[in-house]
Design a protein around this ligand. Structure first.
Ligand SMILES: NC(=O)c1ccc[n+]([C@@H]2O[C@H](COP(=O)([O-])OP(=O)(O)OC[C@H]3O[C@@H](n4cnc5c(N)ncnc54)[C@H](OP(=O)(O)O)[C@@H]3O)[C@@H](O)[C@H]2O)c1
Length: 248
């Protein structure tokens, strides 16, 4: 039996456990199981690994995507680029860190916008782990972008600046929400943007997938913009994790 699982804390509802348990059943994968491993502290990881010889791979979630790095033997290029790990592969004594959010976002964006990406500049809303994965993918795809944060800094725009300087939204027509705003149960919240400026030439990508249409997406679509939620990215990052664990 090969054991897989998720580390993080606290672990409430987990997409990954449901996804992999269902996948194993559907595809007749009988030699694998998926467990939740809530770790109160990341320094409990070596003990978990030592006590679970059948452990073959882990997903990593909040708050350990960065804290886990010192516990790993090496980082794959994807994790190096992003500076965060959401997939660990065990190879004998070695733990290798990967970032499959980066793969999932990049592939889904390419599929959605294709050649249109050549003419777009992006705004990335938020500065957390998801924003870093998005930034690394945009770098690869050579899509110029500006990061937007509640705190302005030398390299970040503030939401107030977007309201005060309309040319910023005119120049950046791909807007990517990497904040948790709009996620269940806070359905009515959305990033503080001058939405009245949006129109048919805009593309709104929300990493939130629950609900399927967020307030952010609605603000765009009602003005003719195109919008996409985070569900495809979520599925792609999970499938990428499976490929990583299986050496594909
Ligand atoms: N679809 C997928 O596959 C996928 C993958 C990964 C993550 N996600 C989703 O992406 C979201 C972010 O994940 P994360 O791990 O990066 O989370 P995070 O680190 O908790 O937050 C991301 C950023 O959002 C901003 N933010 C937080 N609360 C805010 C508020 N009340 N108002 C405005 N901005 C706020 C913060 O940036 P500033 O402080 O700079 O403003 C923060 O750094 C989550 O909803 C997660 O479910 C989806």
């Amino acid at each position: 039996m090969r054991q897989f699982g998720l580390i993080g804390y606290p672990l409430g509802h987990s997409f990954s456990k449901g996804y992999f348990t269902e996948k194993f059943k559907r595809e007749g994968i009988n030699d694998a199981a998926y467990e939740l491993y809530p770790l109160q502290r990341i320094d409990e990881l070596p003990q978990l690994v030592a006590q679970t010889p059948q452990l073959a791979g882990l997903n990593v979630t909040i708050p350990y995507k960065e804290q886990v790095i010192p516990y790993l033997s090496s980082l794959h290029d994807s994790a190096q680029k992003v500076g965060a790990v959401n997939v660990i592969k065990r190879e004998g004594e070695q733990l290798i860190g990967y970032n499959s959010d980066y793969f999932g976002f990049k592939l889904s964006l390419q599929e959605w916008l294709g050649n249109k990406l050549n003419n777009l500049k992006a705004l990335v809303l938020g500065t957390g782990g998801a924003a870093k994965a998005v930034g690394a993918a945009l770098d690869d795809l050579e899509v110029p972008y500006q990061v937007v944060s509640r705190q302005s800094g030398p390299d970040t725009l503030s939401y107030a600046q977007l309201h005060q300087q309309p040319y910023l939204l005119l120049q950046h027509r791909l807007i990517i929400n990497t904040t948790p705003l709009g996620m269940q149960p806070n359905l009515s919240s959305s990033p503080d943007l001058p939405y009245e400026q949006l129109g048919p030439d805009y593309y709104l990508y929300d990493l939130v997938y629950n609900p399927a249409e967020t307030q952010f997406m609605k603000e765009g679509t009602k003005r003719g913009a195109s919008a996409k939620n985070g569900l495809q990215m979520l599925h792609l990052q999970a499938e990428k994790a499976w490929k990583i664990w299986n050496g594909e």
